[in-house]
Design a protein around this ligand. Structure first.
Ligand SMILES: CC(C)(COP(=O)(O)OP(=O)(O)OC[C@H]1O[C@@H](n2cnc3c(N)ncnc32)[C@H](O)[C@@H]1OP(=O)(O)O)[C@@H](O)C(=O)NCCC(=O)NCCS
Length: 270
């Protein structure tokens, strides 16, 4: 306890080592919007390939958010590994999912992160595959049309049955849950989005309701909604059913939740 799992400004301090038990998943939240302007500080801990990736962003705001998100990933992992942020190494799967490099792998820490708007969420566990997704809620697109493109028939039916004012949040619950599952498997979009169904209910803690063709797959994971702060919806998917969530919102709420920041470009994903 006492760790600043909700990082809202640059004055945080991560005590080393951070303790993470085998049956625990720890969730961190970082307000990227509040810390991104400290770019020079965050850049110091990046590897050369991360610095090169940062330099390719067209907009400064995207570069700063990437740099801050990656630096915080290194700093938190360094806390778990009792090492320095620059000493953390990564390897990438065929589909670009990062995991700890061989020099760090003995600690068996698994992680995943997601960013949207001004917020990043990070999930950490031991020896468990996991995926996390956060999305900033907005309504500047055709919900039904995007649902037809990405959601399974069952999910589209659930969405269509809802009254209009509830559709947008339900859409984002569906989207983040699907994304958290595909990120947990690491398969990205090579996994067909119509081969599994998620529940759309608010606060669901067991939301992977069906998988095809292997129906047993659904019970190998626990997919649940997690707190992301006002204006955001998020989901976490972790292998196994025998874990408990240690959530940033329960650990360290140091003030009012940060709302969505203004002046953002809409995502060009949809
Ligand atoms: C990475 C991916 C899986 C998710 O991307 P996204 O939602 O845009 O981005 P997020 O912020 O949630 O996650 C990005 C982070 O996930 C991690 N990541 C990258 N590839 C990953 C993969 N294949 N699996 C899991 N995590 C991955 C990285 O840490 C990345 O952070 P970085 O960009 O700072 O390095 C993306 O490649 C993808 O395939 N998205 C599918 C989009 C879609 O159509 N979804 C439909 C849902 S209904």
């Amino acid at each position: 306890m006492g760790e600043p799992r909700n990082i809202e400004n640059s004055a945080f301090k991560i005590e080393t080592p951070l303790v993470l038990s085998e049956d625990e998943v720890q969730l961190w939240r970082v307000d990227l919007e509040s810390i991104r302007s400290d770019e020079a500080r965050w850049k110091e801990v990046l590897s050369p390939d991360e610095a090169r990736r940062a330099s390719r962003f067209h907009f400064a705001i995207d570069r700063q958010r990437f740099v801050a998100a990656r630096a915080l990933l290194r700093m938190i992992l360094a806390g778990y590994l009792a090492t320095g942020p620059k000493d953390v190494t990564f390897v990438y799967s065929k589909r670009e999912k990062p995991s700890l490099g061989p020099a760090c792998a003995d600690r068996a820490i698994t992680f995943n992160l997601s960013h949207s708007g001004g917020v990043a969420l990070y999930a950490f566990a031991r020896r468990r595959e996991l995926g996390i997704d956060v999305e900033q809620i907005r309504g500047d697109f055709d919900v039904e049309a995007i649902a037809r493109r990405f959601f399974s028939a069952h999910e589209q039916e659930q969405l269509a049955a809802l009254p209009s004012p509830e559709k947008i949040e339900a859409f984002f619950r569906c989207w983040t849950r699907k994304e958290a599952y595909i990120k947990a498997t690491g398969d990205g979009l090579s996994l067909s989005l119509t081969q599994f169904d998620v529940a759309l209910g608010e606060g669901n803690t067991d939301a992977l309701v069906a998988t095809r063709p292997d129906s047993a797959e659904a019970k190998r994971w626990l997919l649940r909604e997690v707190a992301a702060g006002t204006g955001y919806i998020a989901a976490l998917c972790v292998r196994g059913q025998d874990w408990k969530l240690n959530d940033w919102s329960a650990v360290a709420r140091s003030g009012p939740e940060a709302g969505p920041s203004g002046g953002e470009r809409p995502s060009d994903r949809f």
